[in-house]
Write a protein of this length. Structure first.
Ligand SMILES: C[S@@+](CC[C@H](N)C(=O)[O-])C[C@H]1O[C@@H](n2cnc3c(N)ncnc32)[C@H](O)[C@@H]1O
Length: 186
């Protein structure tokens, strides 16, 4: 199957590095603000998301095992680039590219460079970005292509966005639900 690997929501680059090291001949495109996550929408994302964001916005969030929280790092994109480099992946802007900014600002500037998608990982927590990313990539996902939703079981806004999308897009079917939800384009 032709197509790129795309990821929306990079943070420290753990899943991005895992995907990029396994990309074979495909290109990898990663998207993130590389800064603090935008706020959820209280009406769509619910109390848990609002509480989580309040901690982040107050500067109180901690990282995994008490490390610094990635959203406060001013050099996050450089760190991800370095992590990828340590794993043999060169961020050259062409075969492997990181696009910094809000998804709805960066995707339109890059979409023409990505005619087909084989694998997409959408890991951005809240309703509106998940809905945006699904709608943006849907026409490019190849038959047999996979879309993984990281937060389907974690955040109600993500779940609602995916369910709304599936209602409007019968060409995508549920493939697997085990922590993450994966969809397949038929
Ligand atoms: C949960 S983290 C990603 C974790 C990463 N995939 C991993 O496995 O380590 C979510 C990321 O999505 C980014 N994000 C959320 N909404 C965004 C938006 N609208 N535009 C750009 N980045 C966004 C956040 O800033 C954050 O870095």
């Amino acid at each position: 199957m032709p197509g790129a690997i795309v990821e929306f929501g990079i943070a420290l680059g753990g899943s991005a590095t895992a995907l990029a090291t396994r990309r074979g001949d495909r290109s990898f495109h990663g998207f993130d603000v590389f800064g603090q996550i935008p706020a959820p929408d209280a009406a769509k994302d619910g109390e848990r998301a609002v509480r989580r964001y309040a901690v982040i916005a107050a500067g109180q969030s901690r990282g995994i095992r008490g490390d610094d929280y990635y959203g406060y790092m001013t050099d996050l994109q450089q760190r991800v680039t370095a992590t990828m480099g340590e794993h043999g992946v060169t961020v050259d802007g062409r075969h492997v590219a990181l696009h910094r900014g809000l998804f709805d600002e960066t995707w339109p500037t890059v979409a023409d460079r990505i005619p087909a998608i084989a694998v997409a990982h959408i890991d951005c927590d809240w309703h509106d970005p998940v809905a945006y990313c699904l709608a943006a990539i849907a026409p490019k996902v190849q038959p047999g292509g996979i879309v993984v939703l990281d937060d389907y079981l974690d955040y109600e806004g993500c779940r609602a966005a995916v369910d709304e999308f599936l209602g409007d897009h019968p060409e995508f079917v549920r493939r697997h639900l085990d922590g993450n939800l994966s969809l397949r384009r038929v």
